[in-house]
Design a protein around this ligand. Structure first.
Ligand code: AGP
Length: 608
């Protein structure tokens, strides 16, 4: 979602702002803009195209103080007039990520006071509000702080004033923002990847923080105006880990990074023959011994990971588990169980709905909380009592891939810990599960070797309008994930069903134009699945079956078998995910879509 970059330096900051915006492109956006102080005026450029278009417009733009933005439209269509930065009276410039909920009343009040609005955005009220305080002689920091007290909603902000050419003000509440510390220069950004070319020394701002940043110094304050000290951290994210290398797209790179990401996530258990609760945090043993059920909250792909985990947790650990879409849970009147472990799953740790769901659970009396997340400094990680960090590394492609498979690894570890604690894991079984986990990187590499085969297969989907994905048991969520990947990046309408549900409705859709993709592991439900596949074939549906060895499903006219290298038992959902990711990727290539930045989507959904 919206990306912010800002800089105050001795050198021209325009190239820094543009490079930063380019690095935030993955978050999703529909327009971009920047403003700098140049020749005694606020020089603003905006564009509805890509950052590359903005770059073309700014060849003559320069300045030592500036803020820049990629916008993902919420209030007002994607257009140049709605793109940020927004200005007030050619004196104040603001970039904003988040949503101001009381913008209508503020807009009415400011209009009545004579402010002329030139956009349809909620953000424009912020810039005029700051101006209304600033024009009375209040300093920029205090004018911003006074304005913040009037805002209801979420924001990350960058603010500059024409007559204050060495100062940048920033603030955050509900949307991510960090500061970059350089030598004689300072920066702000929505995430660290934007700043890696200039610094890896960062300060993660906390909720409610407001900062006054100059070239050589900065001061951070909390909501009440008390000055704070926040630690400067050296980011472990390397410039290399966010560069594309020889891959054509980040999604392709990230699919291929899965063996390493899984191995890294397993680091805590790589040399052991047993697993301990401590991998989920120092307090985990005490928390786990006090729980009697699991409640998983997540969105999108992370929700699918939760659905797989329910099968593991109930079957292996014998603990009741429910999985809820975070955006629904937060508004549902549910019955809290204080003995439940609330597990929030998120790649980014910034998803607004998942954060709100966790806050809501806590407000209802849930005290046992665990975040499984890929971003150490994220809001969710800070909020939850226990945490497990997946080690997928930065995920840039909007379509989540390695974050999903590493979440599954983390959830399997959780299952083992709880199974052990509940006396349901013999030493021998524990050793076997750990052995299977350690084999996963090699097993997933073998699946990746199927890439040329799947690239060829994808040609058959390029002209399809719809697709149906089938799975059973713990592979049903994998069918859901396969369908989500396909629709996200190829824009083909795809639906997923548990195969046994076909005859209760969706079978009516099946004809020769409806490809049916089935996940066919060699498990206890195989024979049932085969019957469901016959039902499809009998209606003329063309089948594409990702089958484990030993399934004895035969290739015939209208039935394409894609042989999986091996069956991984409980871990099979992880391996079966990979060919579906590749399929979606290659279908998208066939269709020529913008794979890493699919239309209308954002990587971090930081608004509701
Ligand atoms: C996945 O491909 C999606 N882009 C999306 O569903 C994503 O998983 C969802 O927005 C949740 O994000 P999170 O894991 O960062 O919370």
């Amino acid at each position: 979602m919206c990306g912010i970059v800002g800089a105050v330096a001795q050198r021209n900051v325009v190239p820094i702002l543009l490079e930063g915006l380019q690095r935030l492109e993955y978050r999703g956006y529909d327009s971009a803009g920047l403003v700098v102080i140049q020749d005694g005026q606020l020089q603003r450029e905006r564009s509805t195209g890509r950052v590359a278009d903005l770059r073309l417009k700014t060849t003559d733009t320069h300045g030592t103080l500036g803020i820049a933005h990629t916008r993902w439209a919420t209030h007002g269509v994607p257009s140049e007039r709605n793109a940020h930065p927004h200005l007030s009276n050619n004196l104040i410039g603001v970039v904003h990520n988040g949503i101001i909920e009381n913008y209508e009343s503020l807009r009415n009040r400011l209009s009545a006071a004579g402010y002329v609005f030139t956009s349809d955005t909620d953000t424009e009220v912020i810039v005029h509000l700051i101006h209304s305080h600033y024009k009375n002689g209040t300093c920029l920091l205090d004018a911003t702080r006074a304005s913040l007290t009037e805002l209801i909603g979420a924001y990350a902000l960058g603010v500059i004033a024409l007559d204050n050419p060495d100062q940048l003000i920033c603030a955050r509440r509900g949307s991510p923002l960090l500061m970059g510390v350089g030598v004689g220069e300072h920066f702000i950004a929505s995430d660290v990847s934007a700043l890696l070319p200039v610094t890896n020394r960062v300060i993660y701002l906390e909720e409610g923080d407001v900062a006054e940043i100059n070239r050589d110094s900065y001061r951070i304050f909390d909501v009440s105006g008390t000055e704070l000290t926040r630690p400067v951290q050296v980011s472990k994210i390397s410039n290399e880990s966010v560069s594309l290398g020889n891959y054509r797209h980040y999604m392709q790179k990230e699919i291929h990074e899965q063996p390493q990401a899984i191995a890294d996530t397993l680091e805590s258990v790589c040399n052991s023959t047993s697993i301990i609760p401590g991998v989920f945090g120092a307090e985990a043993a005490a928390v786990f011994s006090d729980i009697n059920s699991i409640l998983i909250l997540a969105c999108g792909t992370s929700y699918h990971a939760g659905l797989v985990a329910r099968y593991w947790l109930e079957e292996i650990a014998g603990i009741p588990c429910t999985v809820e879409i975070a955006s629904e849970y937060r508004y549902r009147t549910s019955v809290p169980n204080p003995k439940a472990l609330v597990v929030v799953l998120s790649q980014s740790g910034e998803t607004a709905d998942t954060q709100a769901a966790l806050n809501f659970a806590m407000s209802m009396g849930h005290i046992h909380t665990l975040a499984i997340c890929n971003v150490a400094e994220s809001a969710l990680v800070r909020l939850a009592k226990l945490r497990f960090l997946t080690r997928a590394g930065p995920e840039i492609g909007v379509a989540s891939t390695k974050a999903f498979t590493t979440q599954l690894v983390a959830l399997f570890l959780l299952t083992l810990v709880l199974a052990k604690q509940r006396g349901r894991l013999t030493e021998e079984k524990e050793r076997q599960h750990l052995h299977d986990l350690r084999h996963l990187p090699a097993a997933s590499q073998k699946v990746l070797d199927m890439e040329p085969l799947i690239a060829k297969l994808a040609e058959q989907f390029a002209n399809k309008q719809h697709a149906l994905f089938l799975g059973r048991g713990m592979h049903y969520p994998i069918a859901l994930e396969g369908a989500l990947k396909l629709k996200e990046i190829s824009y083909i309408h795809a639906e997923a069903y548990p195969a046994g549900e076909l005859k209760h409705g969706p079978l009516a859709l099946v004809d020769k134009d409806m490809p049916v993709i089935s996940v066919a592991p060699n498990d206890v439900l195989l024979e049932k699945l085969k019957s469901n596949l016959h039902e499809v074939r009998a209606r003329g549906g063309e089948l594409f079956v990702f089958a484990d060895a030993g399934t004895h499903i035969c290739e015939e006219d209208g039935v394409h078998i894609i042989q999986m290298p091996e069956h991984a038992g409980y871990l099979s959902p992880i391996l079966h995910t990979i060919p579906l990711q590749l399929l979606a990727y290659y279908v998208a290539l066939q269709k020529g879509t913008d794979v890493d930045k699919p239309r209308n989507l954002a990587k971090s959904v930081t608004v509701e």
